[in-house]
Design a protein. Sequence first.
Length: 66
Amino acid sequence: MAKKFPLHPVHPERICWGCDNYCPTQSMRCGNGSSRTQHPAELLGDDWYQYGDWGIECPDARAETG
């Protein structure tokens, strides 16, 4: 079973988000390229999970939609 994906990580810049390993940026194990994959909150803002088809079920999104 995959780890639960964090919606608002405290320091997303310290982790590579490219796979389920969530490696530190200085020691990536999966060989996911030479740079880390950014967390969606870094690219799209704190409400990133509310828009699009991410397939994430969370209490925040259900409460806002009704």
